[in-house]
Design a protein around this ligand. Structure first.
Ligand code: ATP
Length: 257
């Protein structure tokens, strides 16, 4: 297992089953994911991708099984998982009554995390998030941001804690084409030093940076290099009749490999 900043980074999932009342979201997941690198998590709607990321972040109590982060059991323990993990949800939310700006949100999050109290004047933005947040949105209110700008703000916040593992749930979903390309470069850069898991319905944008693909449909359908997973006979096991929707990706993929 690789290590950057002297830190190990790996996730071990053992026999994990997650249910929401009578709905089984994940079933008997056994997996070891090592970093650094970029892992794309693919699968049809309802396959359990978000549930997997939330489980790794310690936000879900499974019916069965456990998750270890860097050797420590962090199952359903967001505080412990949060020491190594940055997690950004699929649809980050902001109260409509919020009045704080992006700069205040980032500064206060940083200070709270570092437990600096009383709060110093809120001006200091850590340097490691500069590539993600453009200066022009720093003084905008969170409630005034577009979906893509809000996603970038939350990703920037998760990076301020220098996590060794980053979980991004459909980060490219709300972004325009130019932002997607720009952000693909940033994700590639981040995954050189971290283990980055990204859920997606479009594997192509990040494909050239992707080390492995995890194909889910409640269970692990496949986990391996893109050339092993992005094959008709493998994808059809997860997508079934919906497979045609991603068919053109295979042709694109074939042209790359
Ligand atoms: P999508 O691609 O549509 O975002 P996904 O692969 O991320 O889907 P999940 O959001 O993990 O899938 O959902 C997996 C299953 O669990 C779905 O059947 C979903 O309806 C169900 N589910 C997810 N969250 C909840 C919840 N809080 N309460 C009840 N059911 C849930």
């Amino acid at each position: 297992m690789a290590s950057v900043h002297g830190e190990t980074m790996y996730i071990e999932i053992r026999d994990l089953t997650v249910k929401y009342k009578d709905i089984t979201a994940l079933e008997n997941i056994d997996l070891k994911i090592e970093g650094p690198g970029l892992i794309q998590v693919l699968g049809p709607n309802g396959a359990g991708k978000s549930t997997l990321l939330r489980s790794i972040a310690g936000l879900v109590k499974p019916q069965k099984g456990c998750i270890c982060i860097n050797g420590k059991d962090t199952t359903a323990n967001p505080r412990l998982a949060g020491r190594s993990i940055g997690y950004v949800a699929q649809r980050p939310e902001v109260s409509k009554y919020s009045t704080i700006t992006v700069r205040e949100f980032l500064c206060y999050s940083y200070m709270i995390r570092r437990q600096r109290w009383p709060r110093p004047p809120c001006r200091e933005i850590p340097h490691n998030i500069e590539p993600i947040i453009h200066e022009d949105i720093l003084d905008r209110k969170l409630t005034e941001l577009s979906g893509g700008q809000l996603m970038k703000t939350y990703i920037a916040r998760s990076l301020m804690y220098a996590p060794s593992i980053l979980l991004l749930d459909e980060p490219l979903g709300p972004m325009d084409p130019a932002s997607k390309l720009e952000f693909a470069d940033i994700i590639s850069m981040l995954s050189k030093e971290r283990l980055v898991l990204v859920t997606s319905h479009d594997p192509i944008i990040l494909l050239e940076y992707t080390d492995k693909i995890l194909l889910l449909n409640k269970r692990v359908i496949a986990y391996g290099r893109p050339s092993e997973v992005l094959r008709e006979e493998v994808l059809s096991r997860a997508y079934g009749r919906g497979f045609r929707e991603v068919e053109y990706h295979i042709h694109l993929f074939d042209s790359h490999y």
